[in-house]
Design a protein around this ligand. Structure first.
Ligand code: C2E
Ligand code: CA
Ligand code: CA
Length: 835
């Protein structure tokens, strides 16, 4: 070799080239060790050169390299310096001076005020001791540099004892892979993946572990990067897949197998025919293709390697499901999704880090999920560690989750008992496609991605959404709901989802019956349906669309389309205060609780009907009342009517949602007269109770004189009031100060033939075209709004059948805190209008 070549210099910086540097450095080291001086081999690299060059141009980049060389020369003699490659340098530096030298070089670099990434020089170094050759020392210096390259804020890192362990392990891993495979040190662990909607295990992810003799338990980040850089990763991966297949086959014989996913490295595609390797081990263990999915990372794809993409396509067309791993970890862009042949996108754990504390993080995750679903791909979130994270993911419609909150990765010995224990809780065949379709509904905007592409859904907007399931036996349950729906449920009665589910399980619930009706109609007509219901004084309109079915079950998307905005006036307390007159329609009202045998009188209008057995059970009181007031001929029937054990049974067949019958009872004037008794089921704080009401057959309303509300007659719940509103024969309505309807009872709606409250809510009489010839109604109402009461005022109206009728109306102000906030009126029909 001609000698001039060995000692050449780098043209740009004037520093020695590698060979020259090595030659000089060896001589220096020999001398130094003889004199007891301590030297380090240092590797220095310029970071963020790329962005700098694109901002300032190539020439400016070259200037930087020259500046670095100059900075080094200012600290060290020429023969101790060399250029390693384009942006990297090497140096022999006295151990104590390393930090100072690197700092000096950095100070000399131009400083850009407005740039996020400053160019900087970082260094790794290793003391040349213990018989290390220059080459070995430099290798360790580079390893130390890699360790501070990105995250570490310091400029220089020494190859210390910690790094020594990792460094040795790295070499060990590369040298011992084959032995480890032979000795069975490589293990396929499995981490359960849970379907959010059901909370059940739907599959597992296979993750490798190395139980090494020398280093103990090794995690993938301790051996995978090394195997990759030594082009050995495919051997590990094929071994792991072989074990996974073997474990699957074993579990299958026990009836415990679940589909599994394996991780492939980008290099697997380059180093071997990975498709053939995977399918042949699968064939060895008879594992069907639909039981295996392939995970490829976002970063692997970023390389945009044609061959790799072709190979991935081969898996896809071979029938494998493909998972895009580490989405959002920052390596590449949204464009990987563009022409994507993936089935599932795995959201990287880092996206979840801030979700519990940061609204922006929540927005990013929610919208990513929404977007991915719009591309007709499934979403899986990994690294779920807390219940709150899980609740959040469920609310934003993420379909699958995986993480320590559910289970760590488990060894084969652990996963079998785990699956057995959760045998009830993992998915059986056939459920998959049902839940897959259910899960594809986008809870953010209600859209549904179909196989053909994006099927613009019926519902748009950020409304409350819920996915419900109706079974053939009419059981209703929630599959998933979004945050807006939870808030809706909570603000309408303070219910939790569980309480609402319970309410929906009650065969007498109005909501349940309306929901079931709408659901069956949706199925029949294949069209979305709407229905209204009243809750806490609000009128809510819900939309129902069919999503999909499987044996015995149907899933529906439910959307809250609107709720009346009159809550300020419709607030229950106000009604309670103002509608107390309702009680005066009755002689006596009691609340009976069959479960705990308690009862209490909540209203007594006519003193003579006072409670007979205040300390007794409901039955005691019924018996005593019967003997005291009911005509002997009617007593048997009366007791049958009040047989609380058959109430529910009878309600089922009743045309109304309460029971009512007429009995002869002693009146106030000691005469036997007909009275109506009613039993109204009410749910108070989730408990079924009965409201027992007594009134005259012919209601002489104005027996108000004796009105006495029991001291403990505080009404606990709107249920009572609603119960009363529905059981009176009066037509009741209430309005705000602008005479707009706020509400009315069912009788009122029936009387005029309205389908629902929506038809009148917010409208005045004038809006309804009711003014003609009825000017005095308006004047009366204005007077009432000034504080007057009007009493038994006759007028005419037109009922649902179009007949002209005479009505007799009472109206009084609705007040709150002494202020008039509206009016309430009730009227009865007193016959046809004589012409
Ligand atoms: P990955 O594919 O993203 O796997 C998920 C990693 O997150 C696993 O780490 C898993 O143990 C961990 N993890 C799961 N749940 C939680 C959680 O709730 N909190 C936290 N903090 N971590 C959780 P692991 O097993 O260390 O694997 C690391 C990476 O190594 C994997 O990331 C995968 O890219 C790669 N890898 C693992 N096994 C193999 C393999 O057999 N072949 C190849 N090529 N790569 C593998
Ligand atoms: Ca993975
Ligand atoms: Ca991942």
């Amino acid at each position: 070799m001609p000698s001039f070549k060995r000692f050449s210099r780098d043209a740009l910086t004037g520093l020695q080239d590698r060979a020259a540097f090595a030659h000089q450095a060896k001589q220096l080291i020999n001398k130094a060790s003889a004199r007891g001086l301590r030297y380090a081999a240092a590797y220095l690299a310029l970071l963020d050169m790329g962005p700098y060059v694109s901002r300032h141009g190539m020439d400016a980049g070259e200037e930087i390299l020259k500046t670095i060389a100059k900075g080094l020369r200012a600290s060290l003699p020429e023969h101790q310096l060399g250029r390693y490659s384009s942006g990297t340098f090497m140096a022999i530096i006295p151990v104590d001076d390393v930090d100072q030298v690197v700092e000096r070089v950095n100070k000399a670099l131009p400083h850009e005020d407005n740039s996020a990434s400053h160019i900087k020089v970082k260094a790794g170094w290793c003391e040349i001791v213990g018989g290390l050759t220059l080459h070995e020392a430099m290798e360790r210096a580079i390893y130390a540099f890699e360790a501070i390259r990105s995250n570490d804020p310091s400029y220089a890192r020494c190859f210390d004892a910690d790094l020594e362990i990792a460094f040795r392990r790295r070499a060990y891993v590369v040298e011992h892979l084959d032995d480890a495979i032979k000795r069975g040190e490589i293990r396929a662990f499995a981490q359960p993946i849970i379907r959010t909607i059901t909370g059940r295990v739907c599959e597992v992810e296979i993750l490798s572990r190395w139980q090494s003799e020398e280093y103990g338990f090794l995690r993938p980040d301790e051996f995978i990067p090394e195997l990759e850089s030594h082009q050995l990763i495919h051997r590990l991966d094929i071994e792991v897949i072989r074990q996974a297949c073997k474990q699957w086959a074993e579990a299958a014989t026990l009836g415990l197998s679940v589909p599994f996913g394996v991780n492939l490295s980008r290099l697997d595609f380059e180093l071997t025919d990975i498709y053939t390797a995977v399918t042949s081990v699968m064939a060895d263990y008879n594992v069907p293709i639909d039981q295996v999915h392939i995970e490829v990372t976002e970063s692997a794809l970023a390389s945009n390697d044609e061959m790799l993409l072709a190979d991935i396509e081969r898996f896809r067309s071979g029938g494998f499901k493909l998972y895009l791993d580490d989405f959002g970890s920052g390596y590449s862009s949204l464009r990987v999704l563009e022409g994507s042949s993936f089935d599932v996108v795995k959201l990287d754990k880092s996206l979840l880090d801030e979700v519990e504390v940061n609204e922006r993080a929540r927005a990013i995750v929610a919208d990513s999920i929404s977007m991915i679903k719009r591309l007709a791909l499934e979403t899986l979130c990994e690294g779920v560690e807390t219940e709150d994270q899980f609740i959040f993911l469920k609310a934003v419609g993420c379909q699958k989750v995986q993480g320590f909150y559910f289970s760590k990765p488990l060894s084969h010995d652990e996963i079998l008992p785990y699956l057995r224990e959760h045998a009830e809780t993992y998915e059986y065949e056939g459920e998959e496609s049902y839940y897959k379709t259910v899960g594809s509904v986008n809870l953010i905007d209600g859209t549904r991605a179909s196989v053909q592409g994006i099927e613009a859904a019926t519902f748009l907007g950020t409304q409350p959404f819920a996915l419900i399931e109706v079974r053939d036996d009419q059981r209703i349950s929630f599959l998933s709901v979004n945050g807006a729906f939870m808030r809706f449920v909570y603000s309408h009665g303070g219910y939790s989802l569980e309480q609402l589910t319970e309410r929906l399980g009650d065969s007498l619930s109005d909501l349940r019956n309306k929901a079931l009706y709408a659901a069956s109609k949706t199925l029949q007509t294949k069209e979305p349906q709407q229905f209204d219901f009243v809750s806490e004084g609000h009128i809510c309109t819900l939309g129902v669309t069919h999503v999909c079915s499987m044996r015995g079950r149907n899933a529906f998307l439910v959307e809250v389309l609107s709720t009346t905005g009159y809550s300020r006036y419709n607030d229950f307390r106000l009604l309670e205060e103002s509608l107390r007159f309702l009680y005066t329609l009755f002689k006596r009202i009691d609340l009976l609780d069959r479960n705990d045998g308690s009862w209490r009188n909540i209203y007594l209008n006519v003193p003579r009907y006072t409670a007979q057995r205040e300390d007794g059970t409901p039955q005691d009181e019924i018996d005593a009342f019967c003997n005291t007031f009911i005509h002997p001929d009617d007593r048997e029937r009366f007791l049958e009517f009040y047989d609380l054990s058959t109430v529910e049974e009878r309600l089922k067949d009743a045309p109304t949602d309460h029971l009512a019958d007429t009995f002869i009872a002693l009146s106030d004037s000691e005469r036997y007269e007909s009275h109506i008794f009613a039993i109204i089921p009410v749910d108070i704080k989730g408990r079924r109770q009965y409201l027992s009401c007594m009134r005259d057959l012919d209601l002489s309303l104005e027996s108000v004189a004796h009105q006495r509300l029991n001291a403990n007659a505080h009404v606990d719940d709107e249920a009572l009031l609603t119960g009363l509103l529905e059981v009176t024969d009066r037509n009741i309505f209430w309005k705000d100060t602008k005479r707009r309807f706020l509400g009315a009872n069912q009788n009122f709606l029936n009387y005029y033939g309205f389908e629902s409250l929506e038809d009148i809510l917010g409208h005045t009489d004038e809006d309804m075209g009711w003014t003609e010839g009825n000017q005095h109604y308006r004047d009366d109402e204005w007077r009432v709004l000034q504080g007057d009461r009007i009493h038994k005022v006759r007028g005419k109206t037109t009922d649902a059948k179009g007949e002209e009728r005479v009505i007799e109306a009472n109206k009084m102000p609705l007040t709150r805190d002494g202020r008039i906030v509206g009016l309430v009126g009730y009227f009865k029909d007193v016959g046809p209008l004589d012409k």
